[in-house]
Write a protein that binds this ligand. Structure first.
Ligand SMILES: Cc1ncc(COP(=O)(O)O)c(C=O)c1O
Length: 371
């Protein structure tokens, strides 16, 4: 019975051009990597590597336990202080992934009696978080503030969370954070902003840049795995909310603390990102130039989404680019809510100007052929 079911699912995937495979890479395979999320190029920074190595030597390979047992290290506190200070928040709590941070905040604050209003393009981790919470869900069209207002007005007096990403991971555009915060304040709702693609690329993030940091009704989640080039996640906001998570968030309580090497790497990377704002300028310059060349809208963050005619076309373009020594990502259903397959090109600061120029030319040629 199971063999047939798994084989049927594989055949359906294959027929739809949606089969995914893991493609291991070596530490340095000579390919220009524009597929990853190491936006500021900090993963391989000598200070980040050194901090990770020293932390592993001092603390060992893992935190050794969940945070409430013996897995809270003073190193976690150092990182939490740094993140809170940088992002202008009263406090921070770190998690073993950004996925866990999102699962935790939503499932700890929302339950069956709560209402969640979610943008249609929200990340899978927040979708899963709502499922875990069992809250009532209203999905609103992308970046539609009027629809958020209507959803809030339809349920007066119900405890409501509104979920948005500061920079959307697939579309690459920015949320209307100021307007969302206003609407939430009018209705007594909490706004939860996932800054996975905002922190670093926009310095302390767009919540901070829009003057919303530190507001008790605007909570932030972040990942340490993109601009900070490490692994892990964080929730930032009032101490009372963080204490509530420590006491009630199951994805926090029943999970081993963030590994020492990842914690120290993220701390070193945050310090470098803060003191080297020009790294983010490199990204903006590159991504805007390539968007203009390809005739697609310039994204708000580091990732350029290039719509492709079909999943097969996207995969073929990705393979052709790799043959030319350029690695890009590829979004296909079910990872894209609107069903449009896209190439995903990261304008990371880790490649040299020469590499970027060569890659941009190859991308222009191959995308032109496939489109
Ligand atoms: C918007 C968004 N939120 C959360 C996550 C999850 O972060 P992590 O990889 O640290 O689990 C991602 C990662 O892809 C993301 O893009």
């Amino acid at each position: 019975m199971w063999d047939d079911w798994i084989a049927d699912a594989a055949a359906t995937r294959e027929g739809a051009g949606l089969t995914r495979t893991l493609k291991p890479r070596g530490p340095d395979d000579g390919v220009i990597d524009l597929a990853g999320n190491d936006y500021l190029g900090l993963s391989g920074h000598p200070d980040v590597r050194r901090a990770a190595a020293e932390a592993a030597m001092l603390w060992g390979g893992g935190a050794g336990a969940s945070r409430l047992v013996t897995g809270t290290l003073t190193l976690h506190g150092d990182l939490e202080e740094e993140l809170a200070d940088w992002l202008g928040q009263p406090g921070a709590l770190t998690f073993s992934t950004g996925y866990h941070a999102n699962l935790s905040i939503v499932s700890a604050l929302a339950d069956r009696t709560a209402h969640v209003v979610s943008d249609a393009h929200i990340h899978a981790s927040l979708i899963d978080a709502v499922r875990l919470s069992r809250a009532q869900l209203t999905v609103v069209p992308h970046n539609d503030v009027a629809a958020v207002r209507a959803a809030l007005a339809a349920q007066p007096g119900v405890r409501t969370l509104v979920l948005a990403e500061s920079v959307y991971s697939v579309l690459g555009d920015e949320a209307p954070l100021t307007e969302l915060a206003e609407v939430c304040a009018e209705h007594g709702a909490l706004l939860v902003v996932d800054e996975a693609h905002g922190v670093g690329v926009h310095g302390p993030g767009l919540v901070h840049r829009r003057g919303l940091a530190g507001r008790p009704d605007v909570l932030v989640t972040a990942t340490l795995s993109k601009s900070l080039g490490s692994q892990g996640g964080a929730v930032l906001g009032p101490r009372s909310v963080l204490d509530h998570l420590v006491n009630t968030a199951r994805p926090f309580i029943f999970d081993t603390g963030l590994a020492p090497a990842a914690t120290a790497a993220a701390l070193a990377a945050a310090q470098i990102a803060r003191s080297h704002p020009h790294l983010a300028d490199i990204i903006r310059f590159r991504v805007i130039g390539l968007a203009r060349t390809l005739g697609v809208p310039a994204p708000a963050g580091a990732v350029l989404s290039v719509p492709m005619p079909s999943p097969e076309g996207a995969v073929a373009a990705q393979a052709a680019l790799l043959t030319e020594g350029v690695r890009v990502g590829c979004f296909r259903p079910p990872s894209v809510p609107d069903g449009v397959s896209r190439l995903r090109v990261t304008a990371g600061a880790s490649v040299t100007d020469e590499e970027w120029d060569r890659a941009a030319k190859v991308i222009e040629t191959i995308v032109g052929e496939v489109r």
